[in-house]
Design a protein around this ligand. Sequence first.
Ligand code: HSE
Length: 432
Amino acid sequence: MDLTAALKVGILGLGTVGTGVAKILLDTEGRHPLLKEIEIVQVGVRSQKPRNISLPTHLYTTDLPSIVTNPDIDIIIEVIGGLEPARTLILQAIDSGKHVITANKAVISRYGEEIYEAANAKGVYVMTEAAVGGGIPIITPLKQALSVNRIQAVMGIINGTTNYILTRMQTEGGDFEPILADAQALGYAEADPTADVDGLDAADKIAILAALAFGGRIDREKIYCEGIRNVSAADITYAENLGFVIKLLAIAKLPNEDNAGRIQARVHPTLVPIDHPLANVNGVNNAVLVEGDPIGQVMFYGPGAGEGPTASAVVSDLLSIAATLANGQTLNPLLACSHSHRLDIVPNNEVVTRLYVRLLVKDTPGVIGKLGTCFGNHSVSLESIVQIGIQNGLVELVVVTHEVQEGAFQKALAEIRQFPEVQDIPSLLHVL
Ligand code: HSE
């Protein structure tokens, strides 16, 4: 490609992220000089309306398929979000020989196989830095600098909405529902918060990170996913007393035990020890911790969403493609997706993890011994049993296990549920 001529870009979507991208490309002073070679030639919008950016009106079109098939365009930036028409437009762009940059974690985590096979067949790049962690560079490091390591784990706080809610629950001692309502009123949570609070957004993102970290395709639907709706103010307080904070973690790791090349991949509220690097990631911030051999632990921290940060990630992909094309490379393996085998995910009942369970039991002699014996019969080793309080003849107990097989723990809990002394088991949470 001759970069004396401008590299021509079409942007699908001029919402928050699309606007941020256009702002960077219209104001390149003090940024990487290659950005001056990039020209926006078309912008796809749903409707014509006044906007917070001044682009020549002839660039706008509501005909999005005309952008992805426009022979004058080299690179498509897809920032409309949602599954369709985004997926179809990405595939049409690839079919027309265009490189694609997308922030769309839902499409990439579900249709990555179809999209990357099409891209590899056409010799074009599909770049996703903005899909995970907003402005935090994590995709490029996993593809490049960190890829000389054998990765053992990638885990993090990769949903800002839930981290904001949990942080407020922690600092204010409040319950989930009123804080969610307030977060919605303040614009920190969507009117429909499902994707965020039920962990789906984080599961999309960990699927993308795991595929890169462990070099294989991930079946998104097999990722265990539990959101934060059932996290209570009481559990946050009890966890704090035991030296933990509760965070929504997305975790992908090699199991400690031999699991025949499988990985663990899951999203759930997790008790994180207060001295752990992820414990102090608060508010809307994201962080991703990568463990590899020989690097050890590295953590990436920063703004997980927003116009500027996400646009920074999108334009970094644009710069990578521009630099590769300027260099005359036809296919840079550090930008392309090279893996094609499938990575199996360890089923939940085989996962080995620490667990926290809170029980309400009748205050009768021997009840703690009975619980301990039942857990022991199922090879569930306990780290602690703490009696939190007593009211109306009922004792509140919190049990924290050592690393145990989750299936064995569930069997023990099913038996314990039947004990006449056990009134309720209000919460069960994972412990890092
Ligand atoms: N909804 C996401 C979050 C931001 O709350 O982190 C976009 O990925």
